[in-house]
Write a protein that binds this ligand. Structure first.
Ligand code: SAH
Length: 346
């Protein structure tokens, strides 16, 4: 595979242009062009510089191969990488703007029992530029520019565990928020982790004030081990300590994802235990009814049980909301579209 221009910071593009003997102002044009979602061959540079760059760098590292439109306005993108790997992204329409869900790895090795992304294990990490290019491509396809962004919010909740690809994800976040680029504010970015505690603690020191989101899904370590193998490595109490550190360092409250699974974690007793666990913490809980995945035998809690769960949390003074399931008619749950493609199942 060739290198990826979208991996580079503005300063790195300045050195690259110098190396090829290009005019310094070209670096700004190249950086802006890339951030506008242009392919390398569309950049305003001399024919010489273009052919030099094309020898070393991918023309279009992330191609939108198919777009699926849901009745509720959600769009799902199937992207093809330069090595032929496929990843997916979702764009959700909200009142305040559009939120794009991006992937950080091809596949995943965390092994959560309810998740389709991990069915075939980890294929490879995405580079920082491959993560960023998902957004730049969609922003352009949606008619967005650097001033009037079509993509306003980003969630790292596609396939992959962001903290299992730490360095690339941090580089991506720096380029996403960089001066002169697409400049999506860190406050509009949510990073979701299954709870890799050492990386959570390290990230607290990076000075990137995103919304830290943790997939909790259980109230005891023992139950958590049923569905999330990562619970064998880190305890809920270590996760909560890392969240506290994040709050101390950034002043940002943190968020817990809790997918309601029938017969696993969705009883009233679980709701009370969750409220007790999180009492007086500067946090928010996002509930969602598990999206059933064809290859898995776990089922989402029914609507009534979910409502009751939310009411108990709220009654106990916990800030919580129920997330709507969006785009379910086009394969809303993590990894479904890619899994469908690979198995050739229509
Ligand atoms: N690896 C990261 C990002 C994963 S996906 C993490 O674990 O947080 C984002 C969220 O979707 C996670 O909370 C994940 O647990 C959840 N999820 C995965 N499969 C799901 C499904 N079938 N139904 C509902 N939520 C699911």
């Amino acid at each position: 595979m060739k290198k990826i221009l979208q991996d580079l910071s503005y300063e790195e593009i300045v050195s690259l242009v110098q190396r090829y003997g290009g005019q310094p102002f070209r670096a700004r044009q190249i950086f802006e062009g890339i951030m506008q979602g242009k392919r390398l061959s569309e950049l305003p540079v001399s024919a010489d510089l273009r052919s030099n760059l094309l020898e070393e760098y991918e023309d279009e590292p992330v191609k939108a191969r198919e777009i699926f439109r849901s009745k509720d306005g959600t769009k799902k993108y199937l992207f093809e990488l330069a090595d032929g790997n496929l990843i997916e992204g979702v764009l959700m329409q909200y009142k305040y703007g559009k939120t794009q869900c991006v992937s950080t790895q091809v596949g995943c090795r965390m092994g959560c029992k309810f998740c389709a992304s991990t069915l075939n294990g980890l294929i490879r990490n995405l580079t920082a530029g491959e993560i960023l290019a998902q957004i730049l491509t969609v922003n352009r396809l949606e008619g967005g520019t650097l001033k009037e962004r079509a993509v306003t919010n980003v969630v790292l909740m596609g396939s992959g565990e962001p903290f299992d690809n730490y360095d690339n994800v941090v580089r991506f976040l720096r380029n996403l928020t960089a001066e002169g680029g697409i400049r999506i504010s860190a406050r509009n970015v949510s990073l979701s982790t299954c709870g890799l505690v050492p990386s959570m603690r390290k990230f607290a020191e990076e000075g990137i004030p995103i919304n830290l989101t943790v997939s909790l899904h259980s109230v005891t370590d023992e139950e958590r081990r049923h569905t999330m193998p990562v619970a064998n490595r880190y305890s809920i109490s270590e996760i909560l300590d890392a969240c506290t550190l994040y709050f101390e360092k950034t002043g940002r409250r943190y968020i817990f994802e809790y997918s309601l699974i029938e017969g696993e974690n969705a009883d009233e007793a679980h709701a009370y235990a969750l409220a007790a666990l999180l009492k007086r913490r500067p946090c928010h809980v996002n509930l969602i009814r598990l999206n059933a995945v064809k290859e898995r035998d776990l089922k989402g809690a029914d609507a009534q049980a979910a409502r009751r769960f939310l009411d108990i949390l709220s009654g106990q003074g916990i800030s919580a909301t129920m997330r709507r399931s969006m785009g379910s008619d086009i394969g809303g749950a993590c990894g479904q579209l890619r899994a469908k493609y690979i198995s050739g199942d229509e």
